[in-house]
Design a protein around this ligand. Structure first.
Ligand code: KG4
Ligand code: ZN
Length: 377
């Protein structure tokens, strides 16, 4: 009889989603439950750390229970608990780390601490595996979310007997944002334009109806590392554009009213946005996407990468996906994205990253700590 694949319970609480998942053998998702706090933070236009911690405390037990139930297993059958130890909001991380420790101890199972960013890398591998594709390494990985815009080189740390990589990777940092994360820029521009929170999904939908060439935003001028990013300049450029164009204000006022009535759907907000506003949104998105795609692909060429991986909440963006597909095809390099549910924060990616560490014998002790600024490399 084939050996049973180890079952890893993943727990994620680094930002504003409380998530738990059960993954078999680091590759097969048996369940993935995500409790989003978007509704709690929406009226503040961003994540409020204290509220996030409180929500995680409320959600963690039922979310883990649901993940175990949906996987059709008993809690006692899991082989290890993998929990996000950082980076993220310290109070939020502490809820998951503390619960993970106590649960592992109570069950007498090993505990593995996982870097959230490594989880985002594994989300790509989970998806590739379920689609029957294999990722060729070394790769360049862009992690692009509300909290991060990071570019890493990813190398394999050894292979399985069958020639597949072991799932243990080494990382080298190629570049990162000097100021705002790309998702943060989406959220801040959405706030200026009264397009609700989070801004990414609505801007994604509205941009499809605007002319992305209507307004030219200058490329950020960067000294030093050519693979660093910067998004605060474009955010300020949008602000100045709004000041110079007061005719856009009545639309903003109308959408502010709509949002306060709870009308936050993309279609409702689009109906209150004139062509000039849609053009602004499309031009903003084009500038962000061009920047992410051109720097990532240039670094892939420079590092002789065999594939490009794109993960994190902003990887859900349709234009980003389209642009990466088109440009990478032109340059003859393969690009991999997670599905949309695996792009945004989830615990299946934490379980998958934890599995690779568990399989290579790594164990955390009860002294495992949450680290707000934990680097990947
Ligand atoms: O990875 P994530 O769920 O949480 C972290 O920040 O770690 O990412 C959330 C971010 C938000 O800034 C949100 O606006 C952005 O991802 N986002 C998008 C899209 N969906 C989510 N940005 C652009 N287009 C989207 N379709
Ligand atoms: Zn994330």
């Amino acid at each position: 009889m084939a050996e049973r694949e180890p079952l890893i319970l993943g727990i994620e609480s680094s930002c504003d989603e409380t998530a738990a998942a059960v993954v078999a053998g680091g590759r097969r998702i048996l369940s993935s439950v995500v409790a989003s706090q978007v509704a709690v933070h929406r009226k503040y236009g961003g994540v409020v750390p204290e509220l996030a911690s409180r929500e995680h405390l409320r959600q963690i037990v039922p979310v883990v229970r649901e993940a175990v139930e949906q996987a059709g297993i008993k809690l006692a059958e899991i082989d290890a608990v993998a929990v996000t130890k950082g980076p993220g909001l310290i109070g939020a991380l502490l809820v998951g780390v503390t619960y993970g420790k106590v649960l592992a101890m109570a069950l007498g199972k090993p505990l593995v601490g996982v870097n959230h960013l490594e989880g985002h890398v594994h989300a790509v591998f989970l998806e590739a595996h379920s689609g029957g594709r294999s990722v060729q390494l070394p790769a360049v990985c862009l992690i692009v979310s509300g909290g991060h815009t990071m570019l890493y080189q990813v190398k394999s740390e050894g292979e399985n007997g069958d020639g597949r990589h072991s799932g243990r990777f080494s990382y080298e940092r190629i570049g990162s944002t000097r100021d705002d994360a790309a998702g943060e820029a989406y959220d801040k521009v959405a706030k200026m334009l009264a397009l609700g929170y989070p801004g990414g999904p609505v801007i994604d939908r509205l941009a499809a109806h605007g002319n992305p060439k209507a307004i030219r935003f200058a490329e950020p001028k960067m000294k030093g590392n050519a693979y660093d990013f910067s998004f605060s300049g474009i955010k300020t450029a949008v602000l100045y554009h709004l000041r110079r164009n007061p005719q856009l204000s009545p639309g903003i006022e109308a959408r502010t009213q709509a949002l306060s009535r709870g009308e936050n759907g993309a279609d409702e907000l689009r109906a209150l946005s004139n062509q000039e506003t849609l053009d602004l949104v499309a031009s903003f998105q084009r500038a962000v996407v061009d920047n992410l795609v051109s720097r990532t692909l240039a670094s892939a060429e420079q590092n002789a990468a065999r594939s490009v991986l794109v993960s994190g909440g902003v990887a859900a963006n349709s234009e980003l996906r389209r642009a990466f597909e088109a440009e990478s095809a032109r340059r003859g390099i393969e690009v991999f994205f997670p599905s949309r549910p695996l792009s945004t924060d989830n615990a299946a990616m934490i379980a998958a990253a934890g599995y690779a560490r568990f399989a290579s014998g790594e164990r955390a002790t009860t002294s495992l700590n949450a680290e707000a600024n934990l680097p990947l490399a």
